[in-house]
Design a protein around this ligand. Sequence first.
Ligand code: RB5
Length: 142
Amino acid sequence: MIAIGSDHGGYLLKQAVMKHLDERGIEYKDFGCYSDASCDYPDYARPVANAVVGGECEFGILICGTGIGISIAANKIKGVRAALCTDCFCAEATRLHNNANILALGGRVVGDGLALKIVDTFLDTPFSAEERHIRRINKIED
Ligand code: RB5
């Protein structure tokens, strides 16, 4: 189960991501927003982050205009490793190296085509589980 959320700046891309997840048969829970009316990204970062760290959802996807504000907000929640990705290299690396549990995207930064490739790369790449990466992640959590 994927937790997904956005503010108004990410609303349209969120619709495209959810359609893509539907096509892939991947279940998700949409935490809003539910229109393109102006709203506040922390209000959507928090419930998605809590769903991930609480174990209700395996991964989260958060989208705002840039992906910056919503990733900053999510990373305030203990146990969250939210990674803002603008390309597939970073999406792959953050799963392999950081075991990122939330993907952040900028709806005003990346087009739908690239964003969906980033989503696929993020969701399909396992954590490397190499000792040096585990050690570094543990240092973040301490
Ligand atoms: C909203 O205008 C915009 O500030 C927000 O979507 C995001 O880009 C903030 O980081």
